[in-house]
Structures are given as structure tokens and as C-alpha cells.
Design a protein around this ligand. Structure first.
Ligand SMILES: [Zn+2]
Length: 62
């Protein structure tokens, strides 16, 4: 049995390096990064599509 490498809380059986709270926090941080990446990808994708389709294909209904 060790302690959480982040907050130092004693670990329960089955827990390895991080306690559930820190695991959740870590997961949340990863989710934020994924969300940021998704947002960037959406913005960049939109710009690329706008640039690529301009003068070539006009979206129907716009
Ligand atoms: Zn912890």
C-alpha cells in the first residue's frame, strides 16, 4: 500500500498511483484538452472548408 502520488492520501486496495479523486481530476484535465483540441479542430476545419470551397463549390441553401 502506498500513497497517492498527487495528494498523498493513502491508497486503498486496487488503487495504483492515484486516488480516485486525483484520477477524476486527471481525467477532467484530459477532457478539457480534448475539448480544446476539438474546438480548435472545428474552427480550423471550418476555415479550411471555407477557403477550399470558396470559388469551387457553394454549399446548397446558403
Ligand atoms: Zn490523490
Amino acid at each position: 500500500m502506498g500513497a497517492c502520488s498527487k495528494c498523498g492520501r493513502p491508497l486503498l486496495t486496487g488503487e495504483t498511483a492515484l486516488c480516485p479523486a486525483c484520477k477524476a481530476a486527471k481525467h477532467e484535465t484530459g477532457g478539457k484538452w480534448l475539448k480544446a483540441l476539438a474546438t480548435i479542430a472545428t474552427v480550423v476545419g471550418g476555415v479550411v472548408i471555407t477557403v477550399v470551397t470558396r470559388g469551387k463549390v457553394r454549399p446548397k441553401g446558403r
